[in-house]
Design a protein around this ligand. Sequence first.
Ligand SMILES: [Zn+2]
Length: 60
Amino acid sequence: MTNVSNACHCGKQLDATDPHTDAVYDDNTKRYFCDVDCFRDWADEHFDEVIAFYEKMNVT
Ligand SMILES: [Zn+2]
């Protein structure tokens, strides 16, 4: 049972089925963001998590 929250980390409620939405989906953390800028804010606050993923994907 997947339980994907449709609330953005900024507190906005998202409707990802809206064709006009700017929402983006992060397949790694399984969350939606209301737009790319909001994702960047989140990534800024979760830098350790982001860099760990980057390292796993790219650094050998
Ligand atoms: Zn947001």
